[in-house]
Design a protein around this ligand. Sequence first.
Ligand code: HEM
Length: 487
Amino acid sequence: RRGPLPPGPPGYPIIGNLLDIPSENGWKAWVRMSRDAGSDIICLRLPVGPSLVVLNSARCAEALLVKRSAIYSDRPRMVMLQELVRADWNVALMPYGENYKASRKTWHKHIDVPFSRPHAVMAVNRLLKELLPCKKDHHKLIRLATGRFILSAGYGIQAESAEETFIELPERWIKTISHASQLGGFLVDTIPFLKMVPSWVPGAGFQKKAKDMKELTENVRTLAFKHTQAEFAKGTAIRSYATRFLESTEEKTAEETDAVCSIIGNLYLAGADTTELALLSFVLAMALHPEVQKKGQEAIDEALGGTRLPTFSDIGTIPYVDAIINETLRWKPAVTITIPHGTTQDDFYEGYFIPKNTMVIANLAHILADEKTYGPKPDEFIPERFLKADGSLDRSISVNAAFGYGRRQCTGMAMAREMIWMTVASVLCSIDVGPAISLEGKPLDPATVEYKPFGTLNFPPTFNCTFTPRSDTAKRWIEEASIAVRY
Ligand code: HEM
């Protein structure tokens, strides 16, 4: 040991900092602890297993997770998920190593972003049409749209409703897994040898849960892929990442087919809720800030001449739209803290010792609220912070932190950004989002809007608002685009 651990809350004998692990509003609690300790890197000792290091600045996150990514790219051991449930085919949960590197390679080989564009357009066109009569529960429509996009691009599956098997299955997995992945969610994660205890032993109920979750996990991974294989064999499959793999002439080993099946199975699990949360924040921002919405609409009208809905050929050409998207990702990040990274060897940073097997998380929500990078009033929604004086996009200010750091940075970043762009540009072009109203029927006040982080995710308050076509012409575009939806 070459120095002290990073500072942190004092904790107690035996249980260490167990009671300091926040159950709610995690990222704000880490900021408080960091301020109390006078350090942007803090450490919490847990009674059993590795310590937890929290990085509260971009400086630390880049120094460790990016520059020393060879050491900081593991995932901590999760006995329940990785070893009992066998969800270790999920890239986000995979330990760092040869399998992990091979999976990311498979991802990049088969999941190229331009291929998914027509699927994004179709999902967004359908969303526009469904939003128009919507007075409440728009979050369900948005979730369905992100799910439809992913299922369509991945498998060519066209989901009509959220009740359909191929949506219901991964949704159930996400709900179940959010408990299993919480720190301390299962005792077996803290005391790994418990995994040897048979299910009939009193107190070993987790074994039964693990068995059920294992079955669900395997179904999530394989059922939709098998469905597409069957459609493909019949000649009725719609073109997707899965069919493109199946139709390729290159020789396919069983292992490769299985690897592609896992990667496509990953898309929904990692991408549906995160992208949905980003889009919900966009809707909320427009509902709270009509003046920003108006500027966004004017920017779109100027670029497209008020003649049509946007297409992907417009991406990157309307700076105010890009600024709104960056600000949405920054203002209320969908993911507040990274999934824990793990260290694969001892390290030493700014006088502090960080042992092998430490869990390391970066406080993304705090990093994205740094006034030195993003300017004053970080709690407010101000897209102009991403624009230069001449109105062009300031590319020197990045919000990539919203997608994590280093070798474990989000693999779906480009795909998510494109889906978000198409939704934001299309809504601004054709729909007026009305004021945000709470479930109690009161207007939401931008100054007091509170999100609720749960696990790594960040949930907006439930609210209602209206979606009105901006004009008769816009209404006609939406009608025509929705008729043209052919997957
Ligand atoms: C706005 C939307 C999204 C946000 C904000 C987001 C954010 C993140 C974050 C913060 C991480 C953790 C990075 C780390 O540990 O350092 C992550 C991981 C991941 N994301 Fe996303 N994500 C989004 C959409 C997507 C989509 C659409 C997909 C897939 C199509 C996806 C696939 C993944 C995967 C596979 C990982 C695990 C990467 C690894 O462990 O190597 N994400 N994402």
